[in-house]
Design a binder for this molecule. Sequence first.
Ligand SMILES: [Zn+2]
Ligand SMILES: [Zn+2]
Length: 167
Amino acid sequence: MSTQNPIPQDTASDWQLPWTGGCRCGQVRLRITAPPLLAMACHCTGCQRMSASAFSLSLAIPTPGFEVVSGEPVIGGLHGDSHHFFCPHCKSWMFTRTEGMDEFVNLRPTMLDRHEWVVPFAETWTDEKLPWATTPAKHSFGKLPEFAAFPALIQAYAEQGARPAKA
Ligand SMILES: [Zn+2]
Ligand SMILES: [Zn+2]
């Protein structure tokens, strides 16, 4: 018999940490040791171009819990305040660091060796989305949410966000 726990604990075991991941060719490898803050889909036309798809996926990982363990990612994309990092060999778009938001790294969750559990919790820039593109995100924003909206989103994701299945 198992007892139901309505509010999952933000522990390493709850999230099945650590996680490993890498680019398509394997030159760049990653290790994640901290629970994600938020899972998002972005429908903006910039993400459409860079992902070569309908939207990008992000997992916001606290910076101390994000490590490049092999390879030397290079900056691509806009070369502006958002530093989009790519594998230098296979050119996979792997993660983004944004100046002024140094507390977290936006990891593209499809880099993770196990990522089937990732479900976007919030989606942004639906004003620019392809008409047929839908996600199961519980919170939708036409553009970006107000900065003040993030603490509540992060709290809700900590309580309700999809987790990896227990091994
Ligand atoms: Zn690569
Ligand atoms: Zn975007």
